[in-house]
Design a protein around this ligand. Structure first.
Ligand code: PMT
Length: 401
C-alpha cells in the first residue's frame, strides 16, 4: 500500500522509541523506502544500528555531519521525503517545532520539509495535559501538522493516563488511509470545530443524566472533514468510540465543560458543526454524598444549560454554523424553528427513537435545511452520510464566502 513512498522516520528520545522499530518494519512491509533520523536522546534508548539493519540505510543523527553533507544533508533529506513521521515525539520536540527552533538535525529538517508531517507524541500524561504542551500541539495543527494522538493506558512511569504513543499499526494505517485514498480537498486549509457524543450531567457522585448519543455521527463528520482537507478540532462528550488520532481531540463530560471547550477553540474557526447531544438541563446541585433512598417520590430540580450552538452563532463574527436537530415528531417544523431561532446557517435534522437511524446505529438519514433551501440525504452508513453532509456544507459555505 505504501510502495514508491519515501518515508522519513524521525525517532526522538522516549521509551516508546523501541516501538518505532516495529513501525519501520510495518512501513517496509507495505513497500515504503524508509530513512531514519534519530535525535541524540533517541540513541540513548535504541541503537542506530538496529534502525540501520531494518531500513537498509545509514541512520542520520547529526546536523553537522561532514559525510552526510556530501551525500544527503538535511536539505537533501527534506527534498527526498514524501512524508515525515516523528514517532515518538517528545514534549521537547513539540516545543521546538512549535517555536521554530533549529538546533539539531530533526528540528532543522522539520523547517525544511514541504511534505506532509505526521507527529505521534509520547510522554507522561501530566506532561501531555500541561497547557504549554497543549498550546504547542494547537500551534502545530495550525501549521498543518497531522497529529496522531497518544493513547490512554498504563505508562512506562507506572501511572495511568493519556500519553502512550499510538500503536505502530495505528500510525501505519493512518498513513495508508491518508496517502492512498484521494478525497476532493473541498475544505482545504479551513478550521472546523465539531462537537459529538452525549454530555453527562452529574446528580451525585455515582449517578448522572445523559442520553443515547454514541458519538458515531459527529466522529464520522470529523473524519470526513479531515479527509476533505480541513484542520479539525473534535470536542467530544461521552462516546463509545476509540479516541481519534486524525484530529485535535478534546474530551469533556458536562454541557458546561463542552461550552467552555468550544469557546476555548472557536477563535479562527471557519465552520462549526454541533452534532453533540447536549443536555438541555442539568441538576441544580450535585451533592458530595450519594442521594439516599427515602420517600416514594423524589423531585429533581433542573437548571437550563447554556446553548452552545446559539452562543456560537451569536458571536460578533460567527463561523458558518451548522446545527443538528434530533426530533420525534414534526421534523421540518422543529428543525426550521431551530434554524431561525438560533440564527444558524444550516441545520441537519434526523429522526430519533425510530426503528432505523438516529442514536447509536451505524446508519442515519438527514433532512438538511437552510434559509431558502432543503436537501434530503437518504438512509446510509454514517461514514458515507458524513461525506455527503460535508460536501453540502462546503457548497453552502462557498456560496456565502
Ligand atoms: O451520536 P450518535 O449515536 O451517532 O447519534 C447521532 C445524533 C442523533 C446524536 C446526531 O445526529 C444529532 O442529532 N445530534 C444533535 C442532538 C441534539 O441534541 O439535538 P437537539 O435538537 O436537542 O439540539 C439542537 C442543536 O442544539 C444541536 O446541534 C445540539 O448540539 C445543540 N445544543 C443543544 C442544547 C445545548 N444546550 N447546546 C447545544 O449546542
Amino acid at each position: 500500500m505504501l510502495s514508491q513512498r519515501r518515508i522519513l522516520l524521525a525517532v526522538t528520545g522516549g521509551i516508546a522509541a523501541y516501538k518505532s522499530l516495529e513501525l519501520l518494519r510495518l512501513f517496509k512491509k507495505q513497500g515504503a523506502d524508509v530513512r531514519v533520523v534519530m535525535t541524540k536522546a533517541a540513541t540513548a534508548f535504541v541503537q542506530p544500528l538496529s534502525f540501520q539493519a531494518l531500513s537498509g540505510h545509514a541512520v542520520h543523527c547529526h546536523l553537522l555531519d561532514t559525510e552526510a553533507e556530501h551525500a544527503m544533508g538535511h536539505i537533501e533529506l527534506a527534498r527526498w521525503a514524501d512524508v515525515l513521521v516523528i514517532a515518538p515525539a517528545t514534549a521537547n520536540t513539540l516545543a521546538n517545532f512549535a517555536h521554530g527552533l533549529a538546533d539539531d538535525l530533526l528540528s532543522t529538517l522539520y523547517l525544511a520539509v514541504t511534505c506532509p508531517v505526521y507527529i505521534a507524541p509520547a510522554m507522561n500524561h501530566v506532561m501531555w495535559k500541561h497547557p504549554a504542551t497543549q498550546a504547542n500541539v494547537k500551534t502545530l495543527r495550525t501549521y498543518g501538522v497531522n497529529l496522531i494522538s497518544p493513547e490512554s493506558g498504563e505508562q512506562a512511569c507506572g501511572e495511568m493516563g493519556i500519553g502512550r504513543m499510538a500503536e505502530p499499526e495505528t500510525i501505519c494505517q493512518q498513513l495508508i488511509d491518508d496517502l492512498t485514498v484521494t478525497h476532493p480537498q473541498i475544505l482545504s486549509g479551513l478550521n472546523i470545530v465539531i462537537t459529538a457524543g452525549a454530555t453527562r450531567e452529574p446528580l451525585d457522585p455515582v449517578r448522572y443524566l445523559t442520553n443515547r448519543s454514541s458519538g458515531k455521527m459527529g466522529y464520522a463528520l470529523a473524519i470526513a472533514a479531515q479527509q476533505a482537507g480541513a484542520n479539525v478540532i473534535l470536542i467530544s462528550g461521552v462516546k463509545q468510540l476509540p479516541t481519534p488520532t486524525y484530529c485535535y481531540f478534546v474530551s469533556v463530560e458536562t454541557a458546561q465543560q463542552m461550552h467552555a471547550a468550544v469557546f476555548e477553540n472557536i477563535k479562527d474557526c471557519d465552520i462549526f458543526i454541533g452534532a453533540a447531544a447536549v443536555a438541555d438541563y442539568r441538576p441544580v446541585a450535585c451533592g458530595e454524598e450519594k442521594i439516599k433512598k427515602q420517600a416514594d417520590q423524589l423531585t429533581l430540580t433542573l437548571q437550563k444549560n447554556p446553548d452552545i450552538l446559539a452562543d456560537v452563532a451569536a458571536l460578533k463574527t460567527p463561523p458558518f454554523t451548522v446545527g443538528f436537530a434530533a426530533e420525534t415528531s414534526d421534523l421540518e417544523h422543529y428543525a426550521r424553528d431551530k434554524l431561525t431561532r438560533k440564527k444558524l446557517n444550516m441545520i441537519a435534522a434526523n429522526w430519533v427513537g425510530r426503528a432505523e437511524g438516529g442514536f447509536e446505529r451505524d446508519e442515519n438519514a438527514l433532512d438538511v435545511f437552510w434559509q431558502d433551501g432543503k436537501k434530503t440525504l437518504p438512509m446510509t452508513e454514517k461514514s458515507e452520510l458524513a461525506q455527503q453532509l460535508i460536501a453540502l456544507i462546503a457548497e453552502r459555505f462557498n456560496a456565502l464566502n
